[in-house]
Write a protein that binds this ligand. Structure first.
Ligand code: SF4
Length: 206
């Protein structure tokens, strides 16, 4: 008899945070669909979430730490890997200064509880000024405006799209970003609803 189970989860690939239903039979993912009962995303799903199965099962996915020995990749334990990395960071910083380390934090860090809790401590311990992220690539001006207008870089006004009658949008394409920080699953339908209620105006310098 096959063991079948559906796991209800949040897609962690972007800020839209769509609810997804992952069906598993005998330990194998057989389907990933939008969760119709998710009050936020209302069943919406995009191709990226469906492809989570491919990511999960990719035979080339790295599941254990690897290091190269004589040109060949070999597995090593997490303890050995962390010791190796720590020793190398310490020797590089001793030789070239703390700023010899550059750090880049990708978007998925904000969708991972462990990373959210621990990355601040790690960054402080590294004492490097060379810290980069999706933020430093594309949204620091936004943070500076919020800091100057509202007193903190994270006081970012978010439109209440489901209750907006006149939506004035500057240089953004939520169809591509799903609203980014606005976090709007199924933004296409929600923008259509704005147009039904009132007006959508896009000012795009490009
Ligand atoms: S829009 Fe796509 S990638 Fe973003 S949370 Fe929803 S399903 Fe995931």
């Amino acid at each position: 008899m096959s063991a079948s189970k559906t796991h209800f989860r949040t897609c962690n690939l972007c800020e839209a945070m769509c609810g997804i239903a992952i069906k598993v039979e005998d330990g194998v993912i057989t389907s990933i669909k939008g969760d119709e009962d998710d009050s936020f995303s209302r069943g919406h799903i995009c191709p990226k979430a469906i492809a989570l199965k491919d990511l999960y099962e990719d035979p080339d996915r790295i599941r254990r730490p690897l290091h190269k020995v004589d040109g060949e990749w070999q597995e090593l334990s997490w303890d050995d890997a962390l010791d190796k990395v720590a020793a190398r960071i310490a020797s590089l910083q001793a030789e070239h200064g703390n700023d010899a380390m550059g750090v880049y934090l990708g978007n998925p860090n904000v969708h991972n509880t462990g990373s959210i809790l621990m990355s601040g401590g790690l960054l402080r311990a590294l004492k490097t000024k060379n810290k980069f992220s999706a933020t430093s690539v594309d949204q620091l001006p936004h943070h500076i405006v919020c800091w100057k207008m509202f007193g903190h870089q994270l006081r970012i006004p978010v439109p209440d799209i489901d209750n907006t009658d006149h939506f004035l949008m500057f240089g953004a394409n939520p169809l591509a970003s799903n609203g980014s920080i606005m976090s709007v699953a199924d933004v296409k339908q929600r923008l259509k609803d704005v147009r039904k209620r009132g007006k959508l105006v896009v000012v795009d310098p490009r």
